[in-house]
Design a protein around this ligand. Structure first.
Ligand code: 3HC
Ligand code: NAI
Length: 694
């Protein structure tokens, strides 16, 4: 049963009960219609309340139904029935009235809410627009600008703010249902107050309002399909009579629903929720309590990591080798907080509270009480060995010992201690106080409760934790190697750095692969190539970067790398000197430079990455292809509207086409880097997708 009807004297309550979030499934739509019919038919019932059982009001349409044909009655039909009712209707809102749920409430005469409730139209986050009247009703109720902003951002609106906007009539405390019933009873006998009957005066629209919104949105929501359609729909609310506006909204909603971006964003919605489900992790495993944290190393990463804990109110001890390192690290942290305060997002007092939670030290004695220690020192095994041997001596029994290593073996590092079950990787992404991803790397001997602790703490510091197995580069950096290799080879073969980068940015990446090298510092790859066995990487791919480093062009920090940079400006400027280095290097290898198409750039960069992703999946380094997608969305800025690299390969390209292209590049460029993953070959041969990979 997804709903029931209760008569409370002269007020009828339509109860919806579809745990966990009262998503508006087919059964809920039927229950709503039935309730409305009963309310209309009963001579005793004079007013109606729509209320929900459990933790929330209806949190929107049931997204799982979007992939199949829609079963009648659709939500617009239910809302038409609500509009046609002869008796006043009040929505009783607690929890989250989102999407279709808020649209049901908007079709009621009045909305009564708990102050803790939130309302909102988050459809844009799913590549959609409000498709059950939201684009026509919210502007009538709350005004054009606030309504448009709410739909374009999709962000939740706290009930007190919604009250101020006019989208909620009354905030109540205590028994919500009783308050809503009392409110409804007061309306008995009054004519219906239907939002559709409110007028939006066309002359109230500032000149150029919609054009300005379109231009701003094209910049802020680059490449996105639904935001522009939202503006079209809201414009219809102004220019067309209500019923025609609804018709226009429907057409635009269907356009969005058919668009590939919506499918990709729905995939992301479910991928985000899957990621915390860890196969084999016992349901009753309890995370270890974490009340204090220590970080070793206050460099680029250690400082950012410390900020995450201070932001969550968790005290952090920060250890460095000398006073100078400590002061430098603390100075960067303070500068970051002060920059946030200057933007008005923190008060001076909050800055001091957070700084106060970070306790600098040069002594390991200060770490003895920490429940969790995260090492973020130089990326060499010798240094990590010393740190973990010391930690083994000083850390308290049961402390979780984590390393932020980018590439090194968690098992080797765990082996430096007498307690390998307590050791795992917690791999943050730069800037660590900003990027949402945390790769949680389980070693062979990591204990289940240690893994659970890392995932739990990820949530507390507002990160998305993705579990990865132990291998060189784990999920993200291992795949990145293919991406960077092809980006660099394309430059040698004939593309300019800007041509490669522009193709990637046009695809939706926040920056191109060569710009990314300049940002991180070309010296990082240079050092790692000097340390690595040349048989494990493509030397040609590093040849240009090596020469640039030897010329002192380390990237943005020296205002010269693949590009030139003006002081204080991150805009890349093409460099003639680099063009010459590229040509000379290519000539040195006997490479005939040629025209390279945008299609080749995208296919080579992303398919190299995806082919490694298939190996990551085959080896069990990632549990699911959707986990890999989440790593790329939150760690590397892969565009969400393409769903992630694995979703892109499967749904935009198609796995058979992806395999054929990989084989084609293998024939052209040799099989060393273009041997198709056996997993990809098997899936294509069996006509299966990534969901059936394991
Ligand atoms: N449809 C189907 N399932 C949904 C759902 C929905 N709208 N919203 C949440 N769920 C599922 C989740 O997948 C999850 O399932 P799982 O336990 O099997 O993984 C479960 O409900 C609980 O969800 P969360 O883990 O997200 O729970 P939280 O308490 O953290 O968050 C929430 C609750 C704030 C309601 C959050 O789930 C949310 O934002 N949901 C989506 C809201 C939304 O986008 N609504 C608009 C839908 S589109 C629409 O309405 C179109 C209309 O205009 C026609
Ligand atoms: P960094 O060079 O900026 O900082 C390292 C800090 O560790 C320095 O301040 C140094 O003084 C300190 N240090 C060195 N030995 C120490 C010791 N024995 N005890 C205490 N402190 C010590 O390096 P960065 O970039 O912060 O990297 C740290 C770790 O994080 C490395 O393992 C790196 O691979 C990893 N990482 C780096 C990322 C990046 O983008 N920079 C991203 C993700 C992981």
């Amino acid at each position: 049963m997804s709903g029931r009807f209760e008569a409370r004297g002269d007020v009828g309550i339509i109860w919806i009960d579809n745990p966990p979030v009262n998503a508006i499934s087919h059964a809920v739509r039927v229950a709503l219609l039935d309730g409305l019919k009963q309310a209309e038919a009963s001579g005793d019932i004079q007013a109606v309340v729509i209320a929900c059982a459990g933790r929330t009001f209806m949190a929107g349409a049931d997204i799982t139904e979007f992939s199949g044909p829609l079963k009648s009655p659709g939500l617009p039909e239910v809302i038409d029935a609500l509009d046609a009712l002869s008796k006043p209707v009040v929505a009783a809102i607690h929890g989250t009235a989102f999407g279709g749920g808020f649209e049901v409430a908007l079709a009621c005469d009045h909305r009564v809410a708990l102050a803790s409730a939130q309302v909102g139209l988050p459809e844009v986050k799913l590549g959609l627009l409000p498709g059950a009247g939201g684009t026509q009703r919210l502007p009538r109720l709350a005004g054009l600008e606030p309504a448009l902003q709410a739909m374009l951002s999709g962000d939740p609106i706290p009930a007190p703010v919604a009250l101020g906007m006019g989208a909620i009539d009354k905030l109540v405390e205590g028994d919500l249902t009783e308050a809503a019933v009392t409110f409804a009873r007061e309306k008995i006998g009054s004519p219906r107050r239907r939002v559709r009957d409110l007028t939006l005066a066309p002359n109230a629209v500032p000149a150029g309002f919609f054009d300005a919104a379109r231009q701003r949105t094209a910049k802020e929501k680059r490449n996105l399909f639904s935001p522009q359609r939202i503006i079209d729909a809201v414009e219809a609310a102004v220019t067309l009579p209500f019923d025609q506006g609804i018709q226009r909204e429907r057409e635009l909603f269907l356009e969005c629903a058919r668009n590939s971006q919506s499918k990709a964003l729905q995939h992301v919605f479910f991928a985000e929720r899957q990621v915390s489900k860890i196969p084999g992790l016992p349901a009753d495993v309890k995370p270890r309590p974490i009340q204090s944290v220590a970080i070793i190393g206050a460099g680029t990463m250690g400082g950012g990591i410390a900020m995450n804990f201070a932001n969550a109110g968790i005290p952090v001890t920060l250890l460095e080798v000398n006073q100078e390192g400590l002061e430098r690290g603390l100075g960067v942290i303070r500068k970051n907080y002060e920059a946030t305060a200057a933007k008005g997002r923190l008060t001076a007092e909050q800055v001091e509270t957070r700084m106060g939670l970070i306790r600098p030290t040069l002594s390991y004695d200060a770490l003895a009480g920490a429940d969790l220690v995260i090492e973020a020192v130089f990326e060499t095994l010798e240094v990590k060995k010393k740190v973990f041997e010391t930690l083994d001596r000083v850390a308290k029994k049961g402390a979780v010992l984590a390393t932020n290593t980018s590439y090194l073996s968690i098992d080797t590092i765990a082996g430096y201690t007498s307690r390998p079950a307590d050791v795992l990787g917690m791999h943050f992404f730069s800037p660590a106080n900003v990027m949402k991803l945390l790769e949680v790397v389980r070693g062979t001997r990591t204990a289940p409760d240690v893994l659970a602790t890392a995932l739990d703490i990820a949530k507390r510091i507002k990160k998305v934790g993705v579990v990865a197995g132990n291998c060189h580069g784990f999920i993200g950096n291992r795949m990145l190697e293919g991406y960077m290799r092809e980006g660099s080879l394309l430059v040698l073969e004939g593309a300019t750095p800007q041509q490669v980068d522009q193709a990637l940015v046009k695809f939706g990446m926040p920056m191109g692969v060569l710009q990314m090298g300049d940002l991180a510092g070309l010296d990082i790859g240079y050092k790692s190539r000097k340390d690595r066995d040349p048989a494990t990487f493509e030397p040609k791919a590093g040849a240009v970067a090596d020469k640039l480093v030897e010329m002192g062009r380390l990237g943005q920090k020296t205002q010269a790398g693949y590009y030139d940079y003006q002081p204080g400006n991150r805009t890349p400027v093409p460099s003639d000197a680099v063009a010459r280095v590229i040509e000379e290097t290519a000539a040195g290898y006997g490479i005939q430079r040629r025209e390279i198409t945008e299609q080749e750039i995208l296919e080579r960069c992303f398919l190299a990455m995806v082919n490694i992703g298939c190996e990551v999946l085959r080896e069990g380094i990632a549990y699911r292809s959707s986990d890999i997608d989440i790593v790329y969305l939150y760690g590397y800025g892969f565009p969400a509207h393409r769903g992630g690299p694995m979703f892109w390969a499967e749904h935009e390209l198609g796995l058979p086409q992806a395999l054929e292209k990989i084989r084609e590049y293998g024939r052209k460029y040799g099989n060393r880097w273009w041997t198709p993953s056996p997993l990809l070959e098997r899936l294509v041969a069996e006509g299966k997708g990534f969901a059936q990979a394991v």
